[in-house]
Structure formats: C-alpha cells, structure tokens
Write a protein that binds this ligand. Structure first.
Ligand code: VAH
Length: 321
C-alpha cells in the first residue's frame, strides 16, 4: 500500500516547505495539507487541503479515514516566545495535538508519526557546548517543557503500544520562503529580509548570543530521511539531537555584509534574550549521524548566499510585475 500523508500545521514556517517537498516525492494527491486556516496560493493550488484544528482528535480521524492516511506529520505548535505570552494555550496546543495523533496510532488508524521536538527541550542546567543526546533537561520555557513532556509521551507510546513515532530536536530553522512566527531564533530569518529591504536590522538578541541553527533545506531533508529510515535503525524514541551550524548575530551580520557592504546592525535585547540564554550553544548530533546517516549540507556562508540570491531574485520578479 503506498503512503498517504497528512500534515497538521502545514501553513507554518516548516510545514509550508515540508508540504511541497513531500508532494514532490509522494505525489501531490497523496499529501494532504491541513491547518486551522487556509494557506498561501501555492499551498492551496498544489494538492488536497483540509481545515483541521490539530487539538481535535475527531477532526483528524475524519480526514485520516477520508483519505486513508498512513502517516501524520504533526507540525502545528506554539513556539517559544509566543508560548511565554500564553503559557496554558501553548501547553494545550502542543500537548493535546500530540496525544491526539498518538492515540490514533495506538488504535491503528495511522501507521507512522513525525513529531518535532526542539533544542528548547534543554535548559540552563544542560551542558551548553556539545550538548549530549542524553543529559540534564530542565527547560525554563513553556515551549521547552511541552517538548520534554512530548518526547517522553512519544517514547511511552512506542514502548507500551508499539507506535512508530519519530522525532528530531530542531535547532533554530532559517528560511526565506515563509516567515516564521513567535520563535526566539526568528531574528536569523528577519535579518535577511531587513538587510535587503532597509539596509539595517535591530536585533532582539545581544551580538554574542551563540545558538545552534540550520537551513530549512537541511531540516526538511533530515525530517524526511528520518521518516524513511528503516525502523530497526531508530534507536532513540524520545527525540534525536540535530545540528548543522552555530553562530551569533554578529557573525551572521558579517556574512551579510559580504553581499550588502553598507548593511548595519543594532542590538536591543528583549525578553527573548533570557530564552536564548537558557539554550545550548553547540549540540552533539552524533547519534543521528550514526543511526540514520544524517549529514548537513549548508554552512553559514552557503546558506547566506542561497538566501540573498533567492530574495534578490524574488524582489526583481515582483518589481517586473
Ligand atoms: C523557537 N524556532 O525559536 C523555534 C525553535 C529552538 C528554537 O524551536 O521557538
């Protein structure tokens, strides 16, 4: 039986690009996108779309049965900065949606789940450099608490009910196609847009705040690689550490100046500085590299070149219209 995939939260920063990549691999009709509201024109015109509240198990089951879904990618979540503003809503969205899809898998309605954790699952007492796969995890954010709890729920449903749920602890994800929303690492996306539009950027983190980051192409490839890996190769059923690059706002600004010499950056740390300070600076992802062959492709230089090249091309296209 071929795979039919349902993406919950398909209109988010990762979901938007994950949907297009999965449609190119599995065929558009076999990848059902869904979110709480409709997506952009490309999303709506490139394959099936359903309005689903990811916390509503009955709505999810109805779509699973309608399309005979075999796999669910649960990409709906409230990210770190927003969840600090709305703690109970953040907990409810992030946990209720996960337990809903885990229950559907336990009842054999679906065969496989992808659920993203985050480096936010670590906290101020976790080792900051070469953060191990197994270590102290005492997150100080609602988002991080929901991710640690979610990891243990995934491991529980795998061990107790045989649910094939797979997970990655994403670092900060950087993209140019879709603007992120509510994340602490989002400065590393906004800086490129502002550099091209305004020639300057006010950063809400201090200049030497080092954080693990990853280009969207690498994050999408890792996600699909994990889901396509032989079940026997998956040794971690909480969530895999994943890393690629690690940089500071000052370092990304220096890279941008190679393309926009007049670019300037100012620093005005806000509440998100405390969130960033609670996270690792460099993550050890040797388990993912050993178990299922993870390798990142983009470094800061190649990512910056790709983003600026694409944003400049997009600006020229819209200028011609
Ligand atoms: C956030 N981009 O900033 C997300 C991510 C580790 C960071 O989970 O909340």
């Amino acid at each position: 039986m071929s795979d039919t995939i349902l993406i919950l939260g398909a209109c988010g920063q990762i979901g938007t690009e994950l949907t297009q990549k999965l449609r190119s691999i599995y065929g558009a009709d076999n990848v059902i996108a869904s979110d709480i509201r409709e997506g952009n024109a490309e999303m709506m015109s490139s394959g099936p779309f359903e309005i689903i509240d990811a916390t509503n198990q009955e709505q999810i089951l109805s779509v699973v049965q309608k399309y005979k879904v075999t796999q669910v990618y649960l990409m709906a979540a409230m990210l770190s900065a927003t969840a600090e503003k709305y703690p109970l809503k953040g907990w409810d969205l992030n946990m209720t949606s996960l337990l809903a899809v885990l229950e559907l898998a336990k009842e054999k309605h679906i065969q496989k789940i992808y659920w993203p954790s985050s480096m936010a699952a670590f906290g101020p007492t976790s080792p900051k450099m070469n953060t191990p796969q197994q270590t102290i995890m005492e997150p100080s954010t609602v988002y991080g608490i929901s991710k640690v709890a979610g990891e243990h729920w995934c491991n529980y449903y795998h061990d107790k009910y045989g649910v094939d749920v797979r997970s990655i602890r994403y670092p900060g994800i950087i993209s140019w196609k879709t603007l992120p929303g509510g994340g602490t690492t989002d400065y590393a996306v906004d800086i490129y847009f502002d550099a091209l539009k305004k020639g300057t950027f006010e950063c809400f983190l201090s200049e030497n705040t080092r954080l693990p980051m990853m280009y969207m192409d690498d994050a999408i490839n890792a996600t699909i690689q994990l889901m396509q890996a032989d079940e026997k190769s998956i040794q971690i059923r909480t969530s895999y550490n994943l890393a690629a690059i690690s940089f500071t706002p000052a370092e990304i600004a220096t890279e941008i100046k190679k393309y926009i010499p007049e670019f300037t950056i100012t620093y005005n740390p806000d509440f998100r500085q405390a969130i960033a300070d609670s996270w690792p600076q460099l993550i050890d992802d040797s388990a993912a590299r050993k178990d299922w062959g993870w390798r990142h492709q983009f470094d800061l230089a190649s990512m910056t070149k790709d983003i600026i090249t694409n944003l400049q091309a997009k600006a020229e296209e819209s200028a011609e219209v």
